[in-house]
Design a binder for this molecule. Structure first.
Ligand code: ADP
Ligand code: MG
Length: 599
């Protein structure tokens, strides 16, 4: 006897299954309906939800509308006006294209749509109502031009799915977040939002900056920088946060590709890496970035909700995004990218924090503010008394001045080490205090990155080889580090199971215990997997952290001079690789104020 186990599912069930992928909750309904409105050329969209969208999601637009035939076709599976052939799949310029959203929604809710086309003479529109996938009625109906879709009682016929919805409050929050990211995608479109009959947002067509401000509050605008950058096939524009303005979450990271919000780990990491060394652990820059490229350079058909995409040239795009952000931050690729080496562009002298010429009343303590070339010159060339020692030094702050011009060297006598921890130096506008550990960390970090790029750093042989024994898990990770370590000047031989022999270390390394330093690096490397996705940076940061002079190390005057000079030779001298400042400036006005000299 044969048994037939395999059935063909009917359309109703197929739609419900599909709905499970696209429509995971009210916020997905909201998103799909709004995207349809935008695709229909709407310039004004109004959304209303009730009970977190479970009871009602309603989207009204003033787009080009649908005819009565389109209205009934729209809710069939795989019905779309946006593509006709498989070829067109490779260059999608609309938000929708699969023709499954309306069918999916209609299969799991009570739906009504009213629509009237813009380009006909008829004064009436049409209405369709569908319940659980069955058309109940199609009839003429009074309507303004455009389309209004009302989705009630989501998942009323799929109780199992309904159970997975969160409480009204959190579904409501999800809806609002989804709505906000749609609002940002098109600041030229008017958006209105009602929740539980209360008007929450009313956004006129406006600039992107005003839109961000209206959606997220004015204070977020304070700390943002313009991005607008084009290169080859790509353009990116929008705003990124200044390095001083970060959030504790990734929540405010908005990335759009051709108008569609996407999430992309790789791109996210490369944007984050533009801030490398300037943002403390656990802090995240925020951004609203719009990437644009020819649709044929990206496949948007790889994810049910289309929130992930596949770039044809992923590396190119990632590098492009990183450069764009770096450039906006005023950084040429010094860290994280090996391309430009130690180049200092000298354009950090942003006065918006109030430099010596800043507005009165602003804080005079300028943490991590870049010294101007002139201030640097004064720092390394303080007013000298006759007869004090002078030596030649190239002006390190300005590449263009390399030929010919030179200034005097630091005067060790003008430096003071405070509690073997900080170095104090006088400058014209007041004083600079260096954190000796952070400063050295920054120097070693960049040196190491350079060595990793160049391939081979000078090394020194240990008098006796040292041995390092590791746990199985650690040795696996350590093996991953060894090729990098060798580029830095370590020579490490495997001399037994999980036993390593260290024969040489980087030249100039001054630590009392090389083995515990290497162990420290390993720990650091393990802990920072999330923070620094770039392995070279992670290695360099771990070395810098463990090999740098510590608080408590006493320095000779010459060592202090060397440290400060080397610091200003780095690309991002104002912050250590963890984003702590390497120096702070304290303005004379601050002293004057405290001593009551200011009137
Ligand atoms: P897709 O957006 O992938 O084409 P949908 O199921 O979301 O699929 O919509 C099916 C079709 O219904 C669309 O292609 C479009 O022609 C039409 N449609 C849906 N919503 C609207 C709207 N708000 N205004 C005009 N036409 C719409
Ligand atoms: Mg759609």
């Amino acid at each position: 006897l044969s048994s037939n186990r395999i059935n063909l599912l009917d359309d109703q069930i197929i739609s419900q299954i599909a709905a499970g992928e696209v429509i995971e909750g009210p916020s997905a309904v909201l998103k799909e309906l709004c995207e349809n409105s935008l695709d229909a050329g709407a310039l004004s969209i109004t959304v209303a939800i009730e009970s977190g969208g479970k009871k009602l999601v309603k989207v009204a637009d003033d787009g080009f509308g649908m005819s009565i035939d389109d209205l009934s076709a729209a809710f069939k599976r795989h019905s779309t006006s946006k593509i006709r052939s498989a070829e067109e799949l490779s260059a999608i310029s609309t938000l929708g294209f699969r023709g499954e959203a309306l069918a999916s929604i209609a299969s799991v809710a009570r739906v009504e749509a009213v629509s009237r086309e813009t380009d006909t003479d008829s004064i009436e529109g049409n209405r369709i109502s569908i319940e659980g996938g069955n058309i109940l009625e199609i009839s003429p109906a009074g309507s303004t031009t455009g389309t209004t879709v009302t989705v009630k009682d989501l998942f009323f016929n799929t109780p199992a799915r309904k159970k997975f919805l969160k409480n009204d409050k959190s579904e409501s929050r999800k809806c609002l977040l989804t709505f906000k990211s749609l609002c940002l995608s098109r600041s030229d479109v008017e958006f209105n939002y009602y929740s539980e009959n209360r008007k929450l947002l009313n956004l006129p067509p406006q600039s992107l900056k005003d839109r961000i401000s209206d959606v997220f509050g004015g204070d977020i605008i304070e700390g943002i920088i313009d991005v607008d950058f084009a290169e080859g096939d790509y353009r990116i524009f929008g705003y990124v946060s200044e390095k001083e303005h970060t959030k504790r979450t990734r929540e405010f990271q908005y990335l759009y590709l051709n108008g569609r919000r996407i999430s992309d780990r790789r791109l996210g990491a490369s944007i984050y890496s533009a801030y490398s060394g300037m943002v403390a652990q656990g802090d995240f820059p925020f951004y609203f970035l719009f990437l644009e490229m020819d649709p044929s350079l990206v496949d948007v058909n790889v994810h049910p909700a289309k929130s992930e995409v596949r770039f044809r040239y992923e590396n190119q795009v990632a590098g492009f995004a990183r450069r764009a952000v770096q450039r906006s931050l005023g950084i040429e690729s010094v860290m994280g990218g090996f391309n430009s080496g130690l180049q200092y562009r000298g354009n950090y002298t942003s006065q918006r924090q109030g430099g010596p010429s800043g507005a009165p009343g602003e804080s005079a303590v300028l943490v991590g503010n870049k010294l101007t070339p002139e201030e640097y010159r004064l720092l390394i060339n303080p007013p000298v008394s006759p007869g004090s020692r002078e030596q030649e030094l190239i002006d390190l702050t300005d590449e263009n001045k390399l030929p010919g011009e030179s200034v005097d060297r630091f005067i060790p006598e003008n430096l003071f080490q405070l509690h073997n921890k900080y170095i104090i130096a006088q400058i014209k506008s007041g004083m600079v205090v260096f954190d000796q550990h952070a400063a050295h960390e920054r120097i070693l970090f960049e040196q190491t990155l350079n060595h990793l790029e160049a391939g081979k750093a000078p090394s020194q042989k240990l008098l006796f080889p040292h041995f390092l024994e590791l746990s199985p898990g650690d040795s696996e990770i350590f093996e991953e580090m060894i090729p990098w370590l060798e580029k830095m000047g370590f020579a490490i031989l495997a001399s037994g199971p999980r036993l390593y022999q260290v024969e040489t270390v980087p030249a100039g390394l001054k630590v009392s215990d090389e083995i515990s330093m290497i162990r420290g690096m390993l720990e650091y490397y393990k802990e920072n997997e999330e923070q620094r996705e770039d392995n070279a940076e992670r290695i360099a940061a771990s070395f810098a952290c463990k090999a740098a002079i510590k608080a408590g190390d006493s320095l000779t005057p010459e060592e202090m001079v060397g440290l400060i000079e080397a610091l200003f030779r780095t690309g991002t001298s104002f912050a250590c690789p963890h984003g702590r400042p390497t120096y702070i400036r304290i303005d004379m006005r601050e002293f004057d104020r405290r001593f009551g000299r200011l009137t």
